[in-house]
Design a protein around this ligand. Sequence first.
Ligand code: SAH
Ligand code: SF4
Length: 394
Amino acid sequence: MNSKRLYLHTIGCQMNVYDTEQIAMQLAAIGYEQTATPDGADLIIVNTCTVRAKAEQKAFSFIGRIAKMKRHRKRLIIGVAGCVAQQEGRRILERMPAVDIVFGTQAIDRLPHLVKQIETRHCRIVDVDMVETPDMPDSLVGSQKSSQVSKFVTIMRGCDNYCAYCVVPFVRGRETSRQPESIICEVKALVNNGVKEVVLLGQNVNSYGKNQNLCSFAELLAMINEIYGLLRIRFTTSHPKDLGTDLISGFKDIPKLCSHIHLPVQSGSNRVLKRMNRNYTREQYLDKVAELRDTCPQIAITTDIIVGFPGETETDFEQTLQLVEMVEFDGLFAFQYSDRPPAPAAKLPDKIETSITSNRLQVILASQDRLTRRKNQQLVGSTQWVLTDGLSKK
Ligand code: SAH
Ligand code: SF4
């Protein structure tokens, strides 16, 4: 089989990084080999994110740049994958004449077939059907070629939570968990290829298996802990409303589980949390933090915060800032609220001016910066066990 060159570009979350690898594996089966630059590629695919408006703009500007290459290379195939593809579908073909294929978050396993059609018939294709096959086909398990020591493993797809600001349930579909056997098989294959750490991915790992009567997430962790040769287990993301004592105990009882939890709080104001449809209060969140620290005193806790949710007052914001300082997070990601229709918050009145949200963002980031510095300072002179997983860009 003649090898054809494939260039993949990923924007967005860890789940997209994992999906991009699935795309590479699917296309390797029909003769595509990955290259490090778009120059000379026969097929270029951009895996997109739509969680905030900025990420979507990034995707369109990347496609715009790639589209120009087609002027000189008529046979180049350009594909758009991921959440923008799912959301925009055919509109992308209309807006960007250079794009040949748009495929959604649940079409990755159909990709080889779609690409073959384009190769032979030079047609343009849209596949944004939501027909989920969450488990990795047996034929692909272990076929990942990588020298990385830490790998993402998606254990569940979609989300049923419908937080008011969030587009994920609309572009990633209903929550579905992979079978534990399939996940374990994949982790074992990764470990055989030299992987030392896995990061288990789901929008809300705490509800793993619940709607399909599989094992619980804590039980899954205990099984993965038994895999010989694996050194570390991490996971993301936990939803505070579903974080139970069984998982919290895991930080004490599961030796390979790293002492870190990413627990997005989003806001420190009960009024805002309610409007966000988060289903927990500030007090419940603080109780979970206390239980985590009681169980595992050295645990690192990180979070996500949205500033400028519609109707957020100065008092609401101050409550968030106060929570950040009270909890003393080890790190946080803070975002300015962005309208993402059809997420329902897009229709809420009282949108906050950008000048105010950007100021609130700076205040949160500066506060966390001080905390992080202080925490890092406390580690000076200590001995830590670290996993070196690559070169930092800086
Ligand atoms: N499933 C995860 C996170 C998914 S999106 C969870 O529940 O925490 C990652 C982060 O993006 C969210 O935690 C939130 O802080 C941010 N985010 C999502 N939608 C957003 C929006 N419309 N505007 C700004 N930030 C948003
Ligand atoms: Fe979005 Fe909420 Fe689901 Fe996270 S839990 S993906 S924020 S809807």
